[in-house]
Design a protein around this ligand. Structure first.
Ligand code: NAD
Ligand code: AHE
Ligand code: ZN
Length: 369
């Protein structure tokens, strides 16, 4: 079949809207009509050539919601007409990782996902006879896409696609990092570095679990109002701090935070986030994705004295199990999504979404097909 899609033909070049060829689903696969897709900073990072796994040409996009239009042989858990969220972190419920119950990082199809192909090693996308790569196993910047059954979460049909798509990455990543990874408790002190599409969801997650002090840190003063809107109690712009930012935050939290979260992808900030944790028990969670070649460092003494450095992918959420529950949280008013969707675009306007993100003028841009 044919499908309209935004294609990244090369790094650092705007996406091109073209009509592609899409092969139908093979055994264990599902054809999905994408109804809406968010633009996450990770898409921009890959398009900018900063991802060590980045492949071109590719159909990017990993934050979508849509409808099952066709199922391949052997698919049993989904039917035509089901509403779904594509999962870049699938859940096979059979691999060592899934069975361990210690991680959400299913390993069943991770190798082929990283190579930009389906589990059988081939791509379903082509343009003028040449193969295009899938991206993060999702490729939601295409009106139609094919995914493995284990990489789709079935969700309730009354959830609007325009909001539900954000649960496919940003919302789950931020709220999940609080609930699943850090397990923040009521009364805790939390610092969030980077108040974008992910950081604001960490803030609302911290509010949801009853954190007392929620400090937001961002270089962009415009983000202060955004943070307050979702539960932030204090705002710090490092540019306005005289002296050392870590000392400033440690003083503000009377010895350091119980939990800190990096939502910037900047390795210097990741170190600051660790060092702003309380001696003896503070936990710092790395959410931000750093560019290829970057490394983190700190004095080992920071860890010897009880601070803990952790990472979180997709908020520690088990895709097929947890994502439908987060949709319920949204539908029941436990979490907010709509105010964070600052821009709704057509597929033809998708590059504008990247420009708005780089200019710090959007929280989430969503493309509606
Ligand atoms: P975004 O562009 O919407 O927000 C980033 C925010 O960080 C902006 O407000 C920016 O002003 C701020 N910032 C940048 N540099 C800063 C600095 N030095 N100090 C303080 N603030 C700074 O991006 P996003 O969509 O929220 O994504 C944030 C990060 O999370 C990215 O690195 C993205 O790749 C990553 N991410 C990770 C996961 C995961 O599963 N681990 C999931 C989604 C996104
Ligand atoms: N491919 C990169 C790493 C990119 C990365 O860390 N991705 C996150 C999700 S970001 C979503 O916006 C993730 O889930 N990582 C776990 C995984 O298995 O990819 C690199 O450095 O090679
Ligand atoms: Zn993302």
């Amino acid at each position: 079949m044919k499908t309209r899609a935004a294609v990244a033909f090369e790094a650092k070049r705007p996406l091109e809207i073209v009509e592609l060829d899409l092969e139908g689903p093979k055994a264990g696969e599902v054809l999905v009509e994408i109804m809406a897709t968010g633009i996450c900073h990770t898409d921009a990072y890959t398009l900018d050539g900063l991802d060590s796994e980045g492949l071109f040409p590719a159909v990017l996009g990993h934050e979508g919601a849509g409808i099952v239009r066709e199922i391949g042989a052997g698919v049993t858990s989904l039917a035509v007409g089901d509403h779904v969220i594509p999962l870049y972190t699938p859940e096979c419920r059979q691999c060592k990782s899934c069975l361990s119950q210690k991680t959400n990082l299913c390993t069943q199809i991770r190798a082929t996902q990283g190579k930009g192909v389906m589990p059988d090693g081939t791509s379903r996308f082509s343009y003028k006879g040449a193969m295009l790569h899938h991206y993060m196993g999702c490729s939601t910047f295409s009106n139609f896409t094919v995914l493995p059954e284990i990489a789709l979460a079935k969700i309730r049909t009354d959830a609007p696609f325009q909001s539900a798509c954000y649960i496919g990455c940003g919302v789950t990543t931020g709220v999940g990092a609080v609930v699943n990874t850090a397990k923040v408790e009521a009364g805790a002190t939390v610092i969030v570095f980077g108040l974008g599409g992910i950081g604001l969801n960490v803030i609302q997650g911290a509010r949801m679990v009853g954190a007392d002090k929620i400090i937001g840190v961002d270089l962009n003063d415009d983000k202060a109002e955004w943070g307050r809107r979702f539960g932030m109690t204090h705002f710090v712009n490092p540019k306005a701090v005289e002296g050392d930012i870590v000392q400033h935050l440690v003083a503000l939290t009377e010895g350091g935070a119980d939990y800190t979260f990096d939502c910037t992808g900047n390795t210097t900030v990741m170190r600051q986030a660790l060092e702003a944790c309380h001696r003896g028990w503070g936990v710092s969670v790395v959410i931000g994705v750093a560019e290829a070649g970057k490394e983190i460092s700190t004095r080992p003494f920071q860890l010897v004295t009880g601070r803990v450095w952790k990472g979180s992918a997709f908020g520690g959420a088990r895709g097929r199990t947890d994502t439908p529950k987060i949709v319920d949280w949204y539908m029941n008013g436990k979490i907010e999504i709509d105010p964070m969707i600052t821009h709704v675009l057509t597929l033809d306007e998708i590059n504008k979404g990247f420009d708005l993100m780089h200019a710090g003028k959007s929280i989430r841009s969503v493309v509606v097909f």
